[in-house]
Design a protein around this ligand. Structure first.
Ligand code: CTP
Ligand code: CA
Length: 232
């Protein structure tokens, strides 16, 4: 039996999902970025869609193709990502799965930097990028009812993620252990700990699509306690 749209738990709800890396240009042919396949964010957007949500999928240049049935907003830089998220508001929930570059190159060039043969090396100057999660988590007006961040950590995963939850004003943090020996970065599986106001829940290692389904259903349960942000 295929459930009718109005019976889906996230029908009438709008969720913004950020995904993938951002690229911060150095010159027209070079950039700096974080490692990110975009697989987990893509799976979350698909799982939210399957529960009936309208999804705004704000994605950096990722390997994974975006899911069908969502609104895809493609961006390159962190600044563009922040602007796209702002333009997509209001939303009932925001899930910030993107691996946003922490710094942009302020002396980026419009033309390709050439090796000049003298052995002199280019010097890059950095400025901090806008923190999109911290911004949306701290909004006084128009903050989504549920703000979910991610934390990719290599040490003291729960402690760092718990501190991030408070620092960024997020309701939940999905923490993952990205030590190379876990094989999680770039792999099909994820092992996450969900940090909420009530504490840390360690989930067993499972497929990224399964993590996405569980997270989407938790989001649906929580949003059921709030009125929709958009009324028709
Ligand atoms: N994030 C964001 N904008 C940024 C940096 C991070 O929205 N400029 C979001 C990520 O999408 C993620 C969360 O913040 O949901 C945590 O990202 P992370 O890189 O782990 O945290 P940082 O505060 O950047 O700390 P770190 O120094 O550990 O990189
Ligand atoms: Ca970071």
């Amino acid at each position: 039996v295929v459930p009718r749209a109005q019976e889906l738990p996230l029908a009438g709800r709008h969720v913004i999902v950020t995904s993938g890396p951002t690229h911060e240009p150095i010159d027209p042919v070079r950039y700096i970025a974080n490692r990110s396949s975009g697989a987990q964010g893509t799976a979350i957007a698909a799982a939210l869609r399957d529960l009936g949500a309208r999804v705004s999928f704000v994605t950096g240049p990722a390997e994974a193709p975006p899911p069908s049935g969502v609104e895809v907003i493609r961006v390159q830089t962190a600044r563009e990502m922040r602007e796209a998220v702002e333009a997509a508001l209001p939303a009932d929930a925001a899930v910030m799965a993107a691996a946003v570059a922490d710094w942009q190159v302020v002396n980026a060039r419009d033309s390709k930097i050439k090796k000049d043969g003298s052995g002199r090396l280019p010097v890059l100057e950095f400025a901090e990028n806008p923190d999109i999660l911290r911004w949306i988590g701290g909004l006084d007006e128009g903050r989504p009812d549920l703000v979910v961040g991610f934390a990719a950590e290599t040490d003291d995963v729960v402690a760092h993620a718990t501190a991030k939850r408070l620092k960024k004003g997020a309701d939940w943090i999905v923490a993952n252990d990205v030590r190379p020996e876990t094989g999680i970065m770039g792999g099909a599986e994820n092992a996450v700990t969900l940090i909420t106001g009530a504490g840390a829940e360690e989930w067993p290692r499972m497929d990224k699509s399964e993590v996405a389904r569980l997270l989407a259903s938790r989001i649906a349960d929580t949003l059921a306690e709030f009125l929709p942000s958009e009324t028709e």
